[in-house]
Design a protein around this ligand. Structure first.
Ligand SMILES: Cc1ncc(COP(=O)(O)O)c(C=O)c1O
Length: 406
């Protein structure tokens, strides 16, 4: 029996290997490696003293409730703060439309468990967020990816795909998008495309899952309304929004929230009952304090200035070390934490990754961001975490190892 565990595993996870980025990260233990691989916010913008202060207050005032089980749907005080946070974005919902989650990844897991069965189709961008693919994969759906364009999802391509599925007597369970500063490409979906995606959603009766961890991290250009907002201004009830405090505040608290139609939120709450019960009250209270007591707008502005400067350093050094004749191109995100570098077709970034490790620099091979038919000549770059000097040095090292493969 000891040697035959695998055959006992449930079919849906028997071959499941988790997060592909996790496998990459194990190579990054060498402290000399400059890693552009993770999706980490910079500790330089962490609100340490504010968190210490809030923490002391919360523990002094409410330690008994902190140490106890708490409501599965979330703390009333955080509900109140989140409804205010969303109202800034012209999203107006009731408590029945909101569920506190234990981070964005948990929000994705709830979506997968709620909607997907083996073989169900999910329409996604090519590339798309690897963590969503991992979360949904546990239900063994079929990902249908449509190449993302400079202004976001290829909505016409998605329409063709839905028409084809319809002819085959099938459909997509939902469409998953990250419209603002998408992970991994940094691309933002235009207003016209957001409206067109909603048209598609209404016409084919397919919900949209809008994942929004980066929405407030805009460094240039005008904010575009969330798809959730646009849906509320039109028919309403077609969009499920996923949010997390991980990127704006800090990932360590593991708190996020899902919003959507009451029937969806109710069933997600039941699933949460079955998978983790309550999100720790302490962590929720710290997030409430983040929204209500830590000068939220000033913090966001600080993050914007800080990350904007880093992104500028990255662009400058890329231009210096990757002249046009190298055939390397990169996206120009208006916000978020990532960008996407495209290398000449013959360079396999899975292989390049190991050269890069030897050159003491790391990135995430693009292959990990495809639900099907992966492209192999892209790199996802995170510019938020390392210092400006390290960022410039990392670009230099990347250029050196890429030159060897040209
Ligand atoms: C698009 C997207 N959704 C969800 C998440 C998950 O965030 P969390 O750290 O809160 O689980 C991430 C994290 O990188 C992300 O980029």
């Amino acid at each position: 029996m000891k040697s035959d565990w695998k055959s006992r595993f449930a079919a849906n996870v028997r071959e499941f290997e988790g997060y592909p980025i996790g496998k990459t990260i194990k190579y990054l233990t060498d402290p000399e490696i400059i890693s552009l691989a993770g999706g980490l916010p910079s500790p330089d913008v962490f609100q340490r003293s504010e968190v210490r202060l809030a923490s002391r207050k919360i523990l002094e005032e409410d330690i008994d409730r902190i140490m106890q089980y708490s409501p599965i749907s979330g703390e009333g005080s955080l509900y109140h703060a989140v409804l205010g946070f969303l109202a800034r974005d012209d999203i107006h919902i009731g408590e029945e439309n909101l569920l506190i989650t234990t981070s964005g990844q948990h929000g994705l897991d709830l979506v997968g468990r709620l909607f997907l069965e083996e073989g169900d189709v999910v329409l996604v961008d090519r590339p798309t967020f690897a963590g969503a693919l991992v979360a949904f994969s546990m239900q063994r759906p079929r990902f249908v990816g449509i190449d993302i364009e400079r202004d976001g999802s290829d909505v016409s391509g998605m329409r063709e795909k839905l028409e084809q599925l319809y002819r085959e007597g099938s459909t997509s369970k939902f469409i998953y998008v990250v419209p603002d500063f998408q992970n991994p490409t940094g691309i933002t979906m235009s207003l016209a495309k957001r409206e067109a995606l909603l048209d598609l959603s209404y016409e084919f009766d397919v919900p949209i899952v809008e994942d929004s961890p980066y929405r407030d991290l805009r460094y240039r250009g005008e904010t575009i309304p969330a798809i959730f907002t646009l849906d509320q201004r039109r028919e309403g009830g077609h969009v499920i929004g996923l949010y997390t405090f991980s990127k704006l505040f800090c990932p360590g608290m593991r708190v996020g929230f899902n919003i959507g139609p009451a029937a969806v939120i109710e069933r997600m709450t039941h699933i949460k009952e079955g998978n983790i019960l309550n999100t720790p009250k302490y962590n929720q209270d710290i997030c409430t304090a983040f929204l209500e007591e830590m000068n939220f707008e000033a913090h966001i502005e600080k993050c914007r200035i800080y990350y904007r400067e880093k992104l500028a350093v990255f662009f400058e050094t890329m231009e210096e070390h990757f002249p046009p004749e190298m055939g390397v191109s990169w996206t120009r995100p208006e916000g978020g934490l990532f960008l996407w570098v495209t290398l000449p077709k013959h360079i396999d970034t899975d292989e390049l990754f190991f050269d890069a490790i030897e050159h003491k620099v790391a990135f995430v091979p693009g292959e990990q961001f495809y639900g099907e038919n992966a492209d192999r000549n892209h790199m996802r770059i995170n510019f938020s975490f390392v210092s400006k000097d390290q960022l410039a040095e990392a670009v230099k090292r990347l250029a050196a190892c890429i030159r060897k493969r040209l």
